[in-house]
Design a protein around this ligand. Structure first.
Ligand code: FAD
Length: 391
């Protein structure tokens, strides 16, 4: 009988999406031994067409990416200099438009909008040596380590296992971590458009009945679109032929960006809210969508996930330097405490905002419009809202 190959590491990260890869980069930089397990091999970023799924990353997220080894993420996207909210939900009342300019906070930009597939490809290529291209089959938590069985036959012994394996996380499920889940019965259509008018690096979110619609700048006269609507309507819209889809979208958008044409094939993402009731179990930590999935409104999801990766890396590095192992209860407590406030305020905040923005109730719509006018009218309040948005 052949003996199974096995390796010992400080940290095994299950899931090599952007947050898992960033965590690996931060830990490896501090001399912590890491393996990332993911079935998707790194793609060649220079040969990829940008995906319609783009991510608006704030400046502090770009700093986390740089600390994880990716120095130049901004060169793959477009800068975000103004966030514009437009409320045109009331057919008879005037349109409310509020601009939040980065220059009002003495910043040149809020962040950068980057195609998710290119970001992942760049990070995976950078951290290729730490990756094992396979899936996790099973794992057993023991007193001093976790034993992992991979589908390719390798066994890993890790002091800590990180679940970065997305919304259907096996790590979360097998660790019996309870969940809070809500289905919005809405889906987001994502696609890239060319438009005849320039975007001036303004990201615009339209608030209207049925669901929000967001345009986020890409280089040139191009933007990525997130168009939220009830799921049955999204499925019908997705089936339209290209010219009918373009007409439907042009009608929804109006002439804000001039003439629009579709660049790629639209994709559809069902919207849910998911929150793990805790982030850790013995020798287990959850980050990113294995711990929380939120509405794309206000573009917070990956920004939150990168802050998870940074906080967990900090807790591991600090405690390992003190002589503890990477899965010590003190590491897990440090991580859970560091993330509680940010996660709770963002997740509940984004959920409430999503409900307010999608509401059919005229009374709630009036409250929303009043709130937006109030923020716009009071300078210090507007600055506070901008700073809160930047985390
Ligand atoms: C329409 C839309 C727009 C968005 N826009 C923004 C935005 O502008 N800004 C922002 O900050 N966020 C945004 N988000 C959120 C952001 O895209 C996600 O939060 C982020 O991409 C999730 O990353 P993840 O690594 O947690 O999950 P995933 O990207 O799903 O990665 C999980 C990884 O785990 C691997 N995996 C799963 N199971 C196993 C297993 N058993 N073994 C090994 N590997 C496994 C998978 O192969 C995958 O690579 C948006 C989301 C949506 C839906």
């Amino acid at each position: 009988m052949t003996k199974k190959k096995s390796v010992h590491v400080d940290v095994a990260i299950i899931g090599g999406g952007v947050p898992g890869l960033v965590l690996a980069g931060l830990l490896a930089h501090a001399g912590i031994s890491v393996r990332i397990i993911d079935p998707q091999p790194p793609a060649d970023a220079t040969k990829l067409k940008p995906s319609s799924r783009t991510v608006a990353l704030l400046n502090n997220s770009l700093n986390i990416l740089a600390a994880a080894g990716l120095q130049d993420p901004a060169r793959y996207g477009a800068p975000l200099q103004t966030m514009r909210l437009v409320d045109d939900s009331h057919p008879k009342a005037r349109v409310i438009k509020v601009d939040f300019r980065a220059e009002d906070l003495s910043e040149t930009q809020y962040g950068t909008n980057i195609p998710l597939n290119i970001l992942r490809a760049r990070l995976a290529t950078l951290h290729r040596k730490m990756m094992r291209i396979t899936t996790l089959k099973s794992f057993t938590v023991q007193a001093h380590s976790v034993q992992l069985a991979l589908s390719d036959g390798l066994q890993i012994h890790a002091k800590l296992v990180v679940g970065a394996d997305g919304r259907k996380s096996l790590i979360r499920e097998k660790s019996d971590i309870p969940l809070w889940k809500h289905d919005y019965h809405q889906s987001a259509l994502t696609f890239i458009i060319n438009h005849s008018r320039p975007h001036h690096n303004i990201a615009t979110e339209f608030h209207r009945c049925g669901g929000p619609l967001a345009l986020v700048p890409l280089p040139g006269k191009q933007s990525s679109v997130v168009w939220v609507m009830p799921t049955d309507e999204a499925e019908r819209t997705l089936r339209l032929k290209k010219s009918d889809f373009e007409s439907a979208f042009q009608k929804a958008l109006g002439q804000h960006m001039g003439q629009v044409t579709l660049v790629d094939t639209p994709a559809c993402w069902p919207l849910i809210l998911l929150k793990a009731k805790c982030l850790t179990a013995p020798r287990i930590a959850l980050i990113a969508e294995s711990a929380h999935v939120i509405s794309p409104i206000t573009a917070q999801g990956l920004n939150l996930s990168l802050r998870d990766a940074a906080a967990l890396a900090e807790s591991i590095i600090t405690h390992v330097r003190l002589g503890l192992d990477a899965g010590d209860p003190a590491v897990l407590r440090g991580y859970e405490n560091a993330r509680r406030l940010d996660l709770n305020t963002r997740i509940y905040g984004v959920h409430s905002l999503h409900q307010m923005v999608s509401t059919q109730s005229p009374a709630l719509r009036s409250v929303r419009r009043g709130g937006l006018q109030l923020i716009n009218g009071i300078g210090p309040l507007k600055k506070m809202a901008m700073k809160a948005g930047l985390g």
